[in-house]
Design a protein around this ligand. Structure first.
Ligand SMILES: [Zn+2]
Length: 298
């Protein structure tokens, strides 16, 4: 028996469990989306108590990961015009990792707010957009461990559901010249698809990212479709979420999201209705794209 053991060990050592890469801790990813979409946060509507709890959870994670920020307590406050009193303020939650060889910025974004409650009914917003916010935290954890060549800024935006207000405030008060942003990666609804399809929007305007997307998709079991950016007869999502205000200023972007589904903006957009396998593969695909861009562009 002793003579066979090394061969058995070798066999297991070389047998690949899964062909796609694994840079994301799935357990943490799943726990984070579950917490962010839980009833305890009451749908995370801007200005609500649940929204403040969600923002604090994200800021605490950035602190645990020892990330820096241009903003005290990781919070960029901005006024929510027309959403209550003049003093009503939303908070983008922002962390930063300086690049090891470039000061150009990869800006990774996902909104953490959602619709809140209507009467006693909670709109949990698991896919929209606890999914993007939890992926943002997992991607931040990866780069905290593996320092990127380019600077990376992580932004959980607030008040997207009220008209992209957090993203507009970020463009207005960006702590660096906007020209320093190499790409905006926005994630909004990435955790479920009945036809196993994730869309990457923006390559019609910014074709320089096509190869990175193709390469990441080649290692993924999910189907990546580039489009929905307004070519003739197509849907146009080029201003549909927080990347919009950046696109208007000619800042390159890639927006990742799924098609609208039966639970979109319904109280049934819950953790139980996400598709965990699709979600983790989508998160990996997005991180792979970012890693490819970081390692390959000067
Ligand atoms: Zn959304």
């Amino acid at each position: 028996m002793k003579t066979i053991t090394p061969f058995i060990l070798l066999f297991f050592w070389f047998s690949p469990c899964e062909v796609w890469s694994q840079n994301i801790d799935y357990q943490i990813l799943t726990e984070d989306i579950q917490y962010l979409s839980s009833d305890a946060l009451e749908g995370r509507a801007a200005l609500s108590e649940g929204n403040v709890k969600a923002g604090k959870f994200i800021a605490d994670r950035f602190e645990t990961l020892s990330l820096s920020s241009q903003f005290p307590g990781y919070m960029q406050k901005f006024s929510l015009e027309g959403a209550g009193s003049d003093k009503a303020q939303g908070s983008n939650i922002i962390a930063f990792i300086p690049g090891t060889s470039s000061s150009e910025i990869l800006l990774i974004m996902a909104h953490y707010d959602h619709l809140g409650k209507k009467g006693d009914v909670i709109y949990n917003g698991a896919d929209d957009n606890a999914s993007g916010a939890a992926a943002l935290l997992s991607i931040a954890a990866h780069f905290a461990e593996n320092p990127p060549r380019h600077s990376v800024m992580f932004v959980a935006t607030d008040a997207e559901e009220k008209g992209l207000l957090g993203a507009k405030a970020l463009v207005r008060d960006f702590p660096f010249p906007l020209e320093q942003i190499r790409v905006v990666i926005n994630m909004d609804m990435i955790s479920r698809s009945d036809d196993n399809t994730l869309y990457a929007v923006g390559t019609r305007f910014y074709p320089q990212f096509r190869n990175f997307l193709l390469k990441a998709a080649g290692n993924s079991p999910i189907r990546l479709v580039m489009g929905n950016d307004g070519a003739s007869g197509e849907k146009d999502w080029s201003r549909a979420s927080d990347h919009g205000p950046f696109h208007e200023r000619q800042v390159p972007f890639i927006y990742f999201g799924v098609d609208d589904h039966r639970d979109y903006h319904q109280p049934t957009d819950t953790f139980e209705n996400i598709q965990p396998d699709f979600y983790r593969h989508a998160s990996e695909l997005i991180l792979d794209t970012i890693i490819g861009i970081d390692q390959s562009i000067p």
